[in-house]
Design a protein around this ligand. Structure first.
Ligand code: NAD
Length: 418
């Protein structure tokens, strides 16, 4: 069934707007509208009960203009080619906005991993990697975690690739467990980047995070760390949610305990309620707070609920949580949005650091990783802020313009083969 909001069409719409602000001609950026490669694979898996089931998987390489392709792998029932294409294109823009030497890619399998046993999940992962093996490699395309994929799964990916090569190749995938070449600080990096983005926005506006009220949608890898670090930075997290629903408490929620709870891969509705108000995801998005952090899936804020958003600021931890139409409504209503390709870039920045460590067979201290992440985020945020103000546009346009300039420059310098 066709999606109501095709995320790849959303990407192209935003790209066109940014290109117009930069006075680019269609010739300058037409290639960015097309992914370089797309592979659709069938994955037969022997289930524990002896049945054979076939899953569909995708790997899309959007661009290799600025370096090897880079992007996560998602396990979710809604995965389809257009979603993976959009996620891959956003990776190209994200790597360019933070100026790391990568292009963009993404992968996905159409599956709800909670319905599989651990053995089935491992067989599915290994079969997927075997099928996309010709495309990936440390110089080619480097996967990482995304929704429903974990460091353990990244370990299986490293092993599957290494077994084919006959020697250990840690640089083929990032987000690995520390013991097999993962980087200190990678697990927290996306959430940390979200917190840094929120802090920088507040600083630009002459405010601080101290006492700012926050609601967070999605308490997975990204949302739970963002909530924890915002809380530790002095913000008051009053609402959180996940797929099972959410909690609201005007005096603030016990974020340290909630973080421990979800870290054990438990849902929020399994948390013993201490008198908090139960809320739905729709209610969470419309809470009267200073800062809203959508950290779940795309298209959560659309034309229908955008007029009801009461947050003053939104920091997009998820990829594509706001549709272009909703973005315009929010902009008109004075809601300031720090866009996904900047706000959630912390993950790929530390993935890049992990890959660099793997290629050098060297290990950085966690403080050094975090300092380098901070430095990278501050530089990118300032560039986006300045460009947005120079062109009198939104921060999303600032981020897209910053990224587009870099991708277009690389494409021009390389030229078109043959
Ligand atoms: P995750 O699987 O760890 O967590 C997803 C969370 O969202 C879970 O708490 C889940 O219950 C919740 N959720 C799912 N569907 C929902 C719905 N319809 N309503 C409310 N909650 C829902 O995934 P993650 O890695 O934290 O990724 C979250 C978002 O961040 C995605 O958009 C992903 O692409 C983006 N992102 C992730 C990374 C990373 O390093 N993992 C990096 C950049 C961007």
């Amino acid at each position: 069934m066709a999606r109501k909001h095709n995320p790849y069409e959303n990407f192209k719409e935003v790209l066109d707007k940014a290109a117009k602000l930069l006075d680019l001609t269609e010739n300058d950026y037409i290639t960015i509208k097309y992914p370089e490669r797309s592979l659709h694979v069938s994955l037969p898996i022997k289930m524990d009960n002896g049945d054979v089931r076939v899953f569909e998987g995708f790997r899309v390489q959007h661009s290799s203009s600025r370096g090897p392709c880079k992007g996560g792998i998602r396990y979710h029932p809604d995965v389809d080619e257009d979603e993976v294409k959009a996620l891959a294109a956003w990776m190209t823009m994200k790597c360019a906005v933070v100026n790391i030497p990568y292009g963009g890619a993404k992968g996905g399998i159409q599956v709800d991993p909670r319905t599989l046993s651990k053995g089935e999940l491992e067989r599915l992962t290994r079969r997927f990697i075997a099928m996309i093996l010709p495309l990936i490699g440390p110089e080619r395309d480097i996967p990482a975690p995304d929704v429903n994929t974990t460091p353990e799964i990244m370990g299986w990916i490293m092993d599957t690739y290494s077994m084919q090569k006959g020697y250990a190749v840690p640089g083929v995938v990032t987000g690995k467990p520390i013991e097999v070449g993962g980087s200190l600080g990678r697990k927290e990096a996306t959430g940390r980047g979200v917190m840094i983005s929120a802090r920088l926005l507040m600083e630009k506006l002459g405010r601080t995070l101290e006492g700012a009220t926050v609601s967070v949608q999605g308490m997975g890898n990204v949302g739970s760390v963002a909530a924890l670090l915002l809380h530790r930075a002095g913000a008051k997290v009053v609402a959180v949610s996940d797929i099972s629903g959410g909690f609201y408490n005007p005096d603030g929620l016990p974020i340290e305990e909630l973080f421990e709870h979800v870290s054990q891969r438990k849902l929020l509705n399994q948390y013993p309620n201490q008198g908090f108000t139960l809320i739905t995801n729709d209610q969470l998005l419309e809470m009267d707070v200073d800062l809203l952090v959508p950290a779940a899936m795309e298209n959560q804020i659309s034309r229908s609920n955008a007029p009801h958003v009461r947050a003053k600021y939104i920091v997009e931890a998820a990829n594509g949580p706001i549709t272009p139409t909703a973005d315009e409504i929010l902009d008109k209503n004075g809601v300031i949005v720090v866009p996904d390709i900047l706000a959630n870039a912390g993950g790929v920045v530390v993935s890049y650091f992990e890959w660099v460590q793997n290629l050098q067979s060297f290990r950085w201290e966690e403080d050094y990783v975090n300092d380098m992440l901070e430095h990278t985020m501050v530089r990118a945020f300032n560039e986006v802020w300045d460009l947005a103000h120079e062109k009198n546009s939104s921060l999303r346009m600032g981020a897209y313009m910053s990224a587009l300039q870099r991708v277009v420059a690389a494409k021009k310098l390389r030229g078109i083969f043959p």
